[in-house]
Design a protein around this ligand. Sequence first.
Ligand code: NAD
Length: 298
Amino acid sequence: MTTITWIGLGHMGSPMSANLVKAGYDVRGFDLSEAAMSAARANGVKTCGSMEEALQGADVVFTMLPKGEHARAAYLGEEGILELAPEDALLIDSSTIDVESALALHKAADEAGFVFVDAPVSGGISGAAAGTLTFMIGGHPHAVEAAAEHIRPMAGKIVPTGEAGTGQAAKIVNNMMLFICLEACAEGSVLADRLGLDPRVFWDIASVSSGNSWALQTWYPVPGIVDSAAANNNFEATFSAVLAAKDAGLALMAGEQTGVDLPAAKLVAERLQRLIDDGYGDKDCSLITKYAAPDGKI
Ligand code: NAD
């Protein structure tokens, strides 16, 4: 049986690793949070007391960590993955991180003799639970093919993006577009309400009209309209404002590096940062809707 080590059992890592358990893999997991470990245990993941223990006997290692700094620490740090993983383990980073960090991980993994791919995902926690995520994978074609075999139980689509780091480049652009669509839903839902429209009637129209988007279908920020929306659950995070602000920041950084002006992305990045400044960093990113409302009431 193939042994998979999963590092980072949060909102995404938990349902993703659960799908590997269901597919018959022996999954060993590690997270710094005991609550995350306990939820993973309930899904059949064999949780371990340390990264070192989790890496024992790994054929494949997945990481699903918050930011570039966490991924760098997990791979490159003392007693990290490159130091402790079995030498023939295949390494797959599915976190969303900056391209520079992804390239640093590729280089270090290559120098240490490992096969590594950057394989970020899109589809949110609903796609993670359903096993329908889109994976965008950067790296050597042989490595991408090897990774795809183990990614299949979690994926609706697997797209090779080209050389090292291109998976992250695709993910950063995709998420920039997602947040702009989310801002459109935030402004649209408030304006529809203030114009006296019934939210269900308006959503039904937009969802079969030119206002449709993934954000509208999955994160529409009004309670009682879309089952998967955080709005139904007092904006408890499905995708936290902190992580969304990180991704919007990565897009702005890429814009600066390439000389591309991104005014819409800038606006939504400011609103996500405002959520953090106002103490809502752990809440869902769709709470930016409160800044679209003149009185802050949604
Ligand atoms: P999360 O914060 O819920 O989970 C991250 C987990 O990593 C936490 O449980 C944390 O304790 C753990 N962790 C941090 N450092 C660690 C370490 N050194 N060792 C072990 N565990 C460690 O975040 P998430 O929402 O699951 O997102 C994870 C990644 O996926 C992020 O890069 C995010 O941008 C990306 N992403 C999220 C979504 C979403 O909808 N939530 C969708 C697509 C991609």
